[in-house]
Design a protein around this ligand. Sequence first.
Ligand code: GLA
Length: 407
Amino acid sequence: MSKKNFVFVALFLFMSVGLYAQKWEHVADAPQMGWSTWNKFQGNINENVIVGIADAMVTSGLRDAGYVYINIDDCWHGNRDADGFIQADAKKFPHGMKWLSDYVHSKGLKLGIYSDCGTQTCAGMPGSLGHEYQDALQYARWGIDYLKEDWCNTINVNAKGAYQLMSDALRAAGRPIFHSMCEWGDNKPWKWARDIGHSWRVGPDIWCSFDSLRVFPTYVQYSVMDCIHKNDTLREYAGRGHWNDPDMLECGNGMTVSEDRAHFTMWCMMASPLILGNDIRNMSQDTKAIITNKEMIAVNQDSLGVQAWHYSSDQGLEFWFKPLANGDWAMTVLNPTKNTVKYDLKWQNFNITDTQVSKKSTDFDKIIYKVRNLWTHKMEGKTMLKSKKCRTLTVPSHDVVAYRLIR
Ligand code: GLA
């Protein structure tokens, strides 16, 4: 090889390694956005469902709103082959996973898959224990972009070790893959997982309820409000590249429009993953308007990457604040009560500082913010300096008023 060619090849290799590292590094700059089979379909999945959802992601405008991952949750698995490589269930996925990922990619979307740190998944399919490197290699060969790794059937498995092992395997396989750790908070992953995967579940599974805990003999399912309150204790651990995950969205699965709006708003405020869980091939205009609200999504994806916090409560309302990258603030008044609440809001009561994470302050005595209503998409005047005058808010039951305070 001539010296000139050698320099070219060396430069090419150097840049490829650089680009690859950069891709891994930026895979979770903002909370992940996409869709998953689980909340609506559970194990009743197949190739047609995924293809239909991929098509609908594009035609409904969801892809262009930022939802890119199509995640196949539990029950896609067939058996391992003679060498131990996992195969897809050939009845459910007759064209195989590589074909499916090619299809999904052709739509400008990404494909996600699901496994488990233990011997079996929660639905009894083959787990990755003892097959981590093989599974990671298989996913990379198939063109998978996202792995949700669950925590069933893990007796005597060390959580940190197990997730680290898969993380190493994914890197060795060579394809940037978003690593979503689904360990339900059992071993406090927020304390050790920030450099292992890209998000970690903080608690039990969500179910489609605004505020009722669902209790089974050996486990519970969280309502929207349960998820919010658990997640609020963990905001200091979240940030760019590593997010708290209070579980997937239930918008469009049976709650009221108000509840869906409140649920979606709070996931945006908390910089939570926005993984849709409804049948987007078939959704109401109300559901679509909620999940494609670009101003709300911008709050979720904001590059400062700070999770909102519950600053105070008054008259049953919760006041939540999220500092944004350009000096703006997102503010949400959440009404978890059963009644509509009228509230006289005085900005000066909210001169606050985020001492825990960003150190940013609102200063309503010095700064006048323009007030943007994130659900009506209308400007509602400005905040007032040293004013005694109040702004009267009407917050319906199980609903929100959400503002962007613009500098
Ligand atoms: C666990 C997870 C859920 C889902 C199911 C699949 O319960 O927490 O999100 O993946 O397993 O069996």
